[in-house]
Design a binder for this molecule. Structure first.
Ligand code: SF4
Ligand code: MG
Length: 334
């Protein structure tokens, strides 16, 4: 069957055309109905820009240069802005890290959810009110009838995030994009919001694209993942394959940076070095400056994508044919 979302060769730039920052550089992704797919990487690696590109919600100065984004049978990059608006929050919705920036402080949460319903063509008034209360209940908000009349400042961070999820669900999306949805929340609330997303996914059959820097979140919620580095995907795997042994040295570094006592919680410690600046032009591997396995070839030739079978793949010279005798990182780790 056709995947729900198929992204091919997506390139996104920000800033002046003379000196653009290439924030997404040739993104390929396939997401199936009903799965949770994690896009993992440090901040500044292009995850959010990739998500905003899919929604066509780039900040001013952002532009998609090329690529294809197919949702179901629809090529999103060829829709008019009006058509795209009806896809957004309808077949595809997005929630963000800071719910307060997306909620209107002067409208009650019920009115805001009703507006989301209205945009998606539901009837007005009494029926809308019932649906608002249903949605608040679905996202686990207690006393939904009363809560519907409250304003964002009366709600905790976790409750605000639940309201954002309710608004996203208003259009019954097939795909929910969640960009660091729990990063601003404390650990207990984080776990509750993640388990809510899991429940909703099971109940509605929607797919979730989860953007995160947190390996613990990936371990607990995702089926498959892609690791992103400096605008590119460097590894894809199922979550169990990845935890059994990342194929890419960067994936390995992410794993090793988990302090062992914290490993189960999956908090990332500080990782040595940093993501290279986005205006840099690369003649070799983007990870070379930080890689423990770097070879001379890595600085001379850009590594190509290498399929490792069954949806798994890696962008690293360790896995190229010429280096077949070299043990790849996953084999090393095994
Ligand atoms: Fe490291 Fe070379 Fe692989 Fe890049 S291509 S990740 S520098 S081994
Ligand atoms: Mg981000």
């Amino acid at each position: 069957t056709e995947p729900l979302l198929q992204v091919e060769g997506l390139i996104t730039e920000l800033g002046e055309t003379a000196r653009p920052l290439r924030v997404v550089d040739g993104l390929d992704l396939t997401i199936r109905s009903g799965e949770t797919f994690a896009l993992l990487g440090e901040s500044g690696c292009g995850k959010s820009m990739a998500a905003l590109s899919l929604m066509r919600l780039l900040p001013p100065g952002g532009r998609i240069l090329s690529g294809r984004v197919r949702l179901g049978g629809t090529d999103l990059l060829h829709l008019t802005e009006a058509e795209m608006r009806s896809v957004r929050g309808g077949r595809m919705a997005m929630i963000f890290q800071e719910p307060q920036t997306s909620l209107n402080p002067v409208l009650s949460v019920g009115v805001q959810i009703a507006e989301a319903l209205h945009v998606h063509g539901e009837g007005s008034d009494g029926r809308n009110r019932r649906r608002v209360v249903e949605l608040l209940r679905a996202v686990g908000i207690p006393d939904p009838e009363q809560r519907a009349d409250e304003y964002p400042h009366q709600l905790s961070g976790g409750m605000k995030q639940r309201v954002m999820i309710a608004m996203a669900l208003a259009g019954d999306p097939g795909l929910l994009i969640a960009d660091e949805p729990t990063t601003a929340l404390d650990v207990t609330i984080q776990a509750q919001v993640l388990s809510l997303l899991g429940d909703l996914r099971r109940e509605t059959g929607m797919a979730v694209l989860l953007i995160t820097h947190d390996l613990g979140v990936v371990a607990e919620t995702a089926d498959r993942l892609a690791v992103m580095y400096a605008g590119q995907i460097v590894e894809t795997a199922t979550v169990s394959e990845f935890f059994a042994g990342p194929a890419h040295p960067y994936g390995r570094m992410l794993m090793e940076s988990l302090p062992s006592a914290e490993k189960r919680r999956g908090r990332l410690a500080t990782i040595p070095g940093r993501v290279p600046p986005l205006d840099r032009v690369f003649s070799g591997c983007r990870f070379a400056d930080r890689c423990a396995s770097v070879m001379p070839l890595c600085r001379e030739r850009i590594p190509e994508w290498i399929g490792l079978g069954a949806g798994r793949g890696v962008r690293c010279h360790l896995w190229s044919e010429g280096e077949a005798s070299h043990p790849g990182p996953a084999r090393n780790a095994a």
